[in-house]
Design a protein around this ligand. Structure first.
Ligand code: NAP
Length: 286
């Protein structure tokens, strides 16, 4: 609640945005932590993101989440940014500070917490395969390297994009003692401990972008996608003895980090993840 007695306002801004689960998640966080706030869904025109955010901030809102395709633009709009947002060159969270907007990227920490706490799988010392080199991969690569895996292979359909991502993270990988290399989708190693699909292949109902040889029994195979679209990847992983997981846990964890940035309170994530999983369980593929 602000000084004028009105509810503090936040939103998720994207295009498309109608299927975003963020309003549900943040309403649950607010109720559980006793925070009085309103969280909306705002559709921005493809060329209208900056103006949409400016109008929202001018109306007294305190911050927003940003989703496809605006994360790069959101980062560029901010006066200040966290190191993880700078490394990704993209922001999924803005806080409208009076002295200048602050940009953060909570996707990476969200993924790392989901893997470590929710899935119960350690990253340190393990062999990882990250498939994709778009905005999501850029957002999570730094956080994965911070966990000091033994090796991380980065594979993408367009190799030049993977190479650019590698170059932006080479110093961090060296600092953390991680062997970081790029590979082709059809030649990216076998028997990885953790395989992360950060492509949009599931969205297009395409087959997993890598061969089953990347898995071994017990591999954690995680698609950043969630809901019905991720079911094919999760089923493929299970078929090959891997532990299939979708991106719902990451979604809730990245939201909790944004909530903490805005409100200074860290909500419990497990009950919200359980509620969200139940809510999406009956959803049918489009
Ligand atoms: P993006 O920037 O558009 O990147 C798309 C990536 O997918 C690129 O690497 C692209 O390769 C690759 N790709 C697309 N179709 C492919 C196919 N058929 N085979 C192989 N590779 C293909 O998208 P993004 O923002 O990174 O999002 C990626 C995924 O992460 C989406 O599913 C999104 O929903 C999810 N995500 C989830 C969360 C969460 O909280 N769970 C957060 C962020 C993102 P090229 O470079 O060759 O085009």
């Amino acid at each position: 609640m602000n000084a004028a007695g009105a509810m503090d306002r936040y939103a998720v801004i994207g295009n498309p945005v109608e299927h975003s689960q963020s309003p549900f998640i943040h309403a649950r966080f607010a109720a559980a932590t006793g925070q009085a706030l309103r969280y909306e869904r705002l559709l921005a025109g493809r060329d209208d993101f900056a103006a949409t955010v400016a109008r929202f901030a001018a109306a007294g809102a305190l911050g927003c989440n940003v989703t496809v395709p605006f994360k790069g633009e959101a980062f560029a709009l901010a006066a200040q940014a966290s190191e993880r947002a700078r490394r990704a060159g993209a922001a999924n969270t803005l806080r409208f500070d009076a002295g200048g907007w602050f940009a953060d990227n909570t996707d990476g920490v969200g993924l790392v917490r989901d893997i470590g706490r929710n899935a119960g799988v350690a990253i340190a010392g393990r062999r990882l395969l990250l498939v994709g080199a778009g905005g999501a991969a850029a957002g999570v690569l730094g956080a994965l390297l911070e966990e000091r895996p033994a090796a991380l292979v980065l594979a993408n359909r367009t190799p030049a994009k993977a190479q650019r991502l590698l170059e932006a993270h080479a110093a961090l990988a060296a600092e953390r003692g991680v062997v970081l290399r790029t590979a082709q989708l059809d030649d990216c190693g076998s028997g990885h401990d953790i395989v992360i699909n950060a492509t949009t292949s599931s969205l297009h109902a395409a087959a997993p972008p890598v061969a089953a040889a990347v898995l071994r029994p017990g591999t954690l195979a995680l698609d950043l996608m969630y809901g019905p679209a991720a079911r094919g990847f999760v089923a493929w992983a299970s078929l090959h003895g891997a532990l299939g997981r979708d991106g719902l846990g990451m979604l809730v964890e990245q939201a909790a980090e944004a909530f903490h940035l805005w409100r200074g309170v860290r909500p419990e994530t497990r009950p919200v993840l359980d509620a969200l999983r139940a809510r999406l369980a009956t959803e049918q593929p489009p």
